[in-house]
Design a protein around this ligand. Structure first.
Ligand code: FAD
Length: 336
């Protein structure tokens, strides 16, 4: 427990950077961070670690940071978890933010628990919603719990900062505003923060991730309603006709019809396309957790009481084996 939690102010967003480029999840966190800071009448601080950070700092201000703290050092060019945890902890101790947000990425999942342990504070991983309690100003951190069967809202009552990680695509990115002004401060990276026991050698991309669902504008997903793996070809046909990517519910993956990289949901990808088409998917809470922020949701299901219709913008009650061929025919006509 911190001595005086009232000394802690502002929302700090950890800006994730890879190969000199800021990851999209950072802009999503800046957007949410601004909303939280407004409710707390405070400001948004972005923290970036690496080298040659001038352009990155400018971009963070354009995307909503009031202040950017740059820890600029050749030793921070590549991610080393212990070194990054030392530097981020020191920054938090100096600036005393009440909220710290980071992406629930491989990097964020490795970094934030180390920082939370060092600072002896709480961390809620994989949040799907963040808000401020109007009664006492505490951060409300919502995430699926108990095997995904309930949504739990977690608070950090006695220690600061309140720390959360959030998956990519759960929130919308902040808009670019080139006229925004903000401060840039350099944080001195002392040699004692650098862990010389670990050395960065190289980065190898996981080539098994064949589809990048997270960046697709249109996704056509199929579920158990397809019944047989060979029937899944109509999902591929519709995706192709719409120039979209193919997604799936978990049973489809568990039964080996498609590789895991296609799974949408709590234990798969979180997606936020312009159009999400759900074919023969019931709309279980764990599936919805991964696609509910899609701009337009179109569902085809033969059960009019299927929960997917509660979040669908357009619902077609019918047999997908009749509806999809009709859609394909219509799309072909439009193309002509
Ligand atoms: C810890 C945990 C994590 C999980 N993570 C995920 C996850 O990441 N992603 C995920 O998807 N699930 C996840 N699940 C599983 C989830 O609870 C559901 O079981 C799953 O989403 C159901 O998949 P479905 O909608 O394809 O199948 P079903 O629930 O069986 O639904 C099939 C639907 O198809 C409809 N249908 C059948 N025939 C037709 C037809 N001819 N035409 C039109 N409609 C038809 C039916 O009416 C039904 O609504 C998780 C579960 C747990 C416990």
């Amino acid at each position: 427990m911190n001595e005086n939690i009232n000394d802690y102010k502002a929302v700090l967003v950890f800006a994730e950077r890879r190969g000199g480029i800021i990851e999209g999840v950072t802009f999503e966190l800046l957007n949410k961070g601004r909303e939280l800071a407004k409710k707390r009448k405070s400001n948004v601080i972005a923290v970036i670690l690496g080298s040659s950070l001038k352009e990155n700092a400018k971009q963070l201000i354009e995307r909503g940071a009031d202040k950017v703290i740059c820890a600029d050092s050749k030793d921070l060019e590549n991610f080393i978890d212990t070194t990054y945890a030392n530097v981020l902890s020191e920054i938090i101790l100096k600036y005393k933010p009440e909220i710290v947000l980071a992406g629930s990425t491989t990097l964020g999942r490795s970094l934030l628990p180390r920082v939370a342990a060092k600072l002896k504070t709480g961390l809620t991983a994989d949040c799907t919603e963040l808000d401020i309690d109007p009664a006492d100003g505490k951060l409300l951190q919502t995430r699926p719990a108990a095997g995904g069967s309930i949504m739990a809202t977690i608070v950090t009552p006695n220690s600061r900062p309140q720390m959360s990680t959030v998956r990519h695509k759960v929130f919308k990115e902040s808009e670019i505003d080139a006229s925004r002004k903000g401060e840039v401060e350099n944080f001195e990276v002392k040699d004692e923060y650098i862990d010389r026991r670990s050395k960065y050698i190289s980065f190898k991309k996981d080539e098994s991730q064949t589809v990048n669902l997270s960046d697709a504008d249109i996704i056509v997903s199929g579920g158990r309603g397809l019944k047989q793996p060979e029937n899944f070809k109509i999902v591929h046909q519709l995706a192709e006709a719409l120039d979209g990517a193919v997604g799936a519910s978990r049973p489809v993956i568990d039964d080996g019809w498609l590789p895991f990289s296609h799974q949408v949901g709590q234990t798969g990808k979180t997606v936020s396309p312009k159009i999400y088409v759900a074919l023969g998917i019931s709309g279980a809470i764990q599936h919805i957790a991964g696609m509910k922020s899609s701009d337009v949701i179109i569902a085809v299901n033969k059960d009019e009481n299927a929960p997917i219709f509660q979040i669908a913008d357009y619902g077609i009650v019918g047999d997908l084996f009749e509806v999809v061929p009709l859609l394909l025919r219509k799309l072909k006509e439009i193309e002509k």
